[in-house]
Design a protein around this ligand. Structure first.
Ligand SMILES: CC(=O)[C@@H](O)[C@H](O)COP(=O)(O)O
Length: 257
């Protein structure tokens, strides 16, 4: 079972809550996904109070954990302040930390991320950092007190899947005991399955479900793909090879005589 900061989690799919056609579809998609963790942006909740209250009721009905995020923050100060407010609003010390550094790719500002992570862990937060696959940054985030890492698959909202499989494989190999969650850029269930086959512990996604033609069906498809990918990883897949190898034994030949 997954363990995030001492909390055991059965579902390996974490779901975002933005961009659904309606709150009812979000709720149905969350149920179909089997997720136990929904990410929620503080900005959304504080911005439109009435809608926020309805939204909070919906989350409470689903009986899932909330992982507040600092989506849209571009500086350390903004991210830290948003995290502090989120702790008050949502009553949890979990925070998905995003410090965005570049507008076109929404690439994390990894320098600001490490600084913000250090500040927040010293204040008792349990930080889920949205990062790249960079090994040195990963080491710095762990030094800063993060107990798990959330590298991107591809830029948020692109649906491109796993852009740097080599880097992600290498991150997995360097940190075998750290929970690793692919966060962002997943477009199709096969991308999520591929992440799990690499040995990743879980996948966080939003756009691919929220913007699908049928978000509820897509949520179910992702849940099954993640389970299949995990099962495949645990079953110890064969290594690819360059030369063909007959899968049918060649001893004993058919004879026409
Ligand atoms: C919801 C959330 O936390 C996003 O910031 C996250 O990174 C998801 O990205 P996708 O929308 O690309 O799945």
């Amino acid at each position: 079972m997954l363990n995030f900061y001492g909390v055991e989690i059965a579902s390996r799919l974490l779901l975002g809550t933005a961009q659904y056609p309606s709150p009812a579809i979000l709720a149905d998609a969350a149920r179909a996904s089997g997720t136990e963790i929904l990410t929620v942006s503080l900005r959304r909740e504080s911005g439109r109070l009435r809608e926020g209250q309805d939204f909070w009721g919906l989350i409470a009905d689903l009986g899932v954990r909330v992982l507040p995020n600092t989506a849209g923050c571009h500086s350390v100060k903004e991210a830290v302040t948003t995290a502090q407010m989120a702790r008050e609003v949502f009553g949890t010390s979990w925070i998905k930390l995003e410090v965005i550094g570049e507008a076109d790719t929404l690439q994390p500002d990894v320098f600001g991320l490490v600084e913000a992570a250090r500040i927040l862990t010293s204040e008792g937060f349990e930080v889920f950092p949205y990062t790249t696959e960079d090994l040195v940054v990963a080491e710095r985030l762990l030094d800063a007190g993060c107990k798990l890492l959330m590298p991107w698959g591809a830029p948020i909202g692109t649906g491109m899947g796993l852009n740097n499989v080599y880097g992600l494989r290498s991150l997995r190999a360097h940190f075998p005991d750290v929970p690793l969650v692919i966060d962002a850029g997943i477009g199709r269930p096969s991308h999520a399955a591929a992440a799990m086959e690499l040995g990743y512990d879980a996948v966080l996604l939003n756009t691919a479900v929220a913007k699908a033609g049928d978000p509820v069906a897509m949520a179910g498809a992702f849940a099954r793909a993640i389970e299949a990918g995990r099962a495949g990883f645990l079953a110890d897949p064969i290594e690819p090879r360059d030369m063909a190898a007959p899968s049918t034994p060649v001893f004993g030949r058919a004879s026409l005589a």
